[in-house]
Design a protein around this ligand. Structure first.
Ligand code: C5P
Length: 219
């Protein structure tokens, strides 16, 4: 692919999972590795965009030329995404944000004997919903829905409830796709009712398919 069809565009990507700590050594988290967000950053860079990548704990190197901001919790990711929003033409929330956090945080490691039997939880902010409320009409907002079983129904609900332009319905219960894999498969859905199924491919190929889809609708 030689085309630089994102030249002059600014792409803001969130990647990886957030961690919600209970004490310095224990957290609520999820299996996201951030590889899909990394692939999106690589694809956007390759196509000429200026790229900001906001990512949770990761074990990969950030590509040269990408502005990376690392965060740990959903609250931190929210702050960085809100601050970065005005400077973006397209925003892709591929991060697996925790849905809840422990209500209490202990700065000292809790001894095993004083760990609570049940853990009081609090919701974390829905970042992409907030971005949707603040975004300007020219900004494109793309979300991911990692689902099991029927992926389309919940993805369409999220597309509409969260006010997104596009959602990537992403099965995580099939072999060689989803969390941690180098490969992926998905169905892209948009507000106009378009539906595009992408057969299993590498996450980098998936990233290019997504930019093809978003660019074809104008960005
Ligand atoms: O977790 P859920 O399936 O609702 O995620 C759908 C989309 O919403 C994803 O793009 C995810 O990054 C985003 N999200 C978010 N803030 C949350 C939870 C999810 O931005 N607290």
């Amino acid at each position: 692919r030689g085309k630089r069809d994102l030249a002059g565009k600014r792409v803001l990507i969130s990647a990886g999972g957030t961690r919600e700590y209970l004490d310095p050594v224990r957290f609520i988290g999820n299996p996201s590795t951030g590889k899909m967000g990394l692939a999106l950053a690589q694809a956007a860079l390759h196509r000429g965009a200026s790229v900001t990548l906001v990512h949770g704990p990761a074990n990969w190197e950030v590509p040269l030329g990408v502005q990376a901001i690392s965060v740990i919790s959903a609250d931190q990711m929210q702050q960085v995404m809100l601050k970065s929003l005005p400077n973006a033409d397209a925003i892709i929330m591929s991060a697996a944000v925790a849905d809840v956090k422990p209500r209490d945080y202990s700065t000292e490691k809790l001894p095993k004997r004083s760990l609570p039997q049940t853990l009081p939880l609090e919701p974390v902010p829905d970042i992409v919903t907030q971005l949707a409320q603040l975004k300007k009409p020219h900004q494109r907002l793309i979300g991911f829905a990692a689902q099991t079983g029927d992926i389309i129904t919940p993805a369409l609900e999220k597309l509409h409830n969260k006010n997104l332009d596009v959602i990537v319905a992403n099965p995580i219960d099939l072999p060689d796709s989803g969390f941690g894999s180098d490969n992926n498969q998905a169905i892209f859905l948009d507000l106009q009712g378009h539906k595009l199924e992408i057969a299993p491919c590498t996450k980098l190929q998936m990233a290019h398919h997504l930019f093809d889809f978003v660019i074809s609708e104008g960005i």
